[in-house]
Design a protein around this ligand. Structure first.
Ligand SMILES: *[C@@H]1O[C@H](CO)[C@@H](O)[C@H](O)[C@H]1NC(C)=O
Length: 260
């Protein structure tokens, strides 16, 4: 009836192993302008690094933000890769700050979104990887003036950051509401895409973690019940065998059985 310690650890290991750390940041751009330091997030990641994480989500893999050659601008997505995620003003704003911090110039929003059929204004439509903090200034309006405005962004440098939704812990009851069957069968039907894979892994990890966590709790309750019943039985047995008027010996038996 004893619960091995490994059972307690497993859910957390499973959850940890399936966190999308794999969506690594990838950029060889160096932000060398000190005047653009405000564009870093609170984890001291450059807008180029944050952009590479988000664009990895957009393109379903990893995305390297190349350093910007002098005299050029970062172009928006091609017709093939244009989606609501690449065509988000958040992606555009981060790429713009990335260009500026390399002492480069910025494309207009129209230029960036030239190949976009759907655009996302001030939202990032895909899920943010768990190790990424997206600065609040990346959500500012850029459509009205058709360009990223670094002064406006700097003025909003301390806005709250956006991050991944918290992953439910194994012991909380909300983790049981994960739509297991539908999500699993849906991702099984096309498992070639890596973000779906990592999401499926995450769901599997959460479900397995939840089940193990639940089993652990049940085990604890059973163990406590068992322990209490054995105590009661033992106490009854010992009081039966003792003479009725001997309070000192009863209390000493109780003390002994309460101890670990
Ligand atoms: C940034 O570029 C300008 C020319 O566009 C140049 O004069 C300036 O020295 C550059 N600054 C840095 C820090 O590279």
């Amino acid at each position: 009836m004893f619960i091995p310690a490994s059972l307690v650890v497993i859910p957390f290991v499973l959850l940890g192993a399936n966190l999308p750390w794999a969506d690594a940041q990838s950029t060889d751009a160096t932000c060398r302008l000190a005047s653009l330091q405000w564009a870093q997030n609170s984890a001291k990641q450059s807008p180029c690094a944050v952009a590479s994480s988000l664009r990895g989500v957009c393109t379903g893999g990893s995305y390297t933000v190349q350093s910007l050659p002098p005299g050029s601008v970062y172009l928006g997505p091609s017709i093939d890769t244009a989606n609501g995620c690449e065509c988000s003003t958040v992606t555009y704003s981060l790429m713009s700050a990335c260009a500026l911090c390399q002492n480069g110039t910025v494309a207009t929003w129209k230029e960036w979104s030239a190949n976009c059929r759907t655009v996302s204004l001030s939202t990032f439509p895909s899920s943010i990887p768990s190790n990424v903090l997206v600065p609040g200034w990346a959500y500012l309006d850029v459509k009205t003036n058709d360009i990223f405005n670094p002064e406006d962004a700097k003025a909003h440098a301390n806005e709250p950051e956006s991050s991944a939704l918290p992953i439910p812990t194994s012991s909380s009851s909300t983790s049981f509401s994960i739509p297991t069957t539908s999500a699993l069968s849906q991702t099984d039907s096309d498992s070639s895409k890596s973000p779906r894979d990592s999401r499926r892994d995450m769901i599997v990890g959460a479900v397995v973690g939840s089940i193990l966590g639940f089993l652990f709790l049940v085990g604890c309750v059973l163990y406590l019940c068992h322990f209490r019943r054995r105590n009661t039985l033992r106490r009854e047995a010992s009081t039966d065998s003792l003479p009725p008027n001997s309070p000192t010996s009863v209390s000493s038996v109780e003390k002994e059985s309460v101890g670990p």
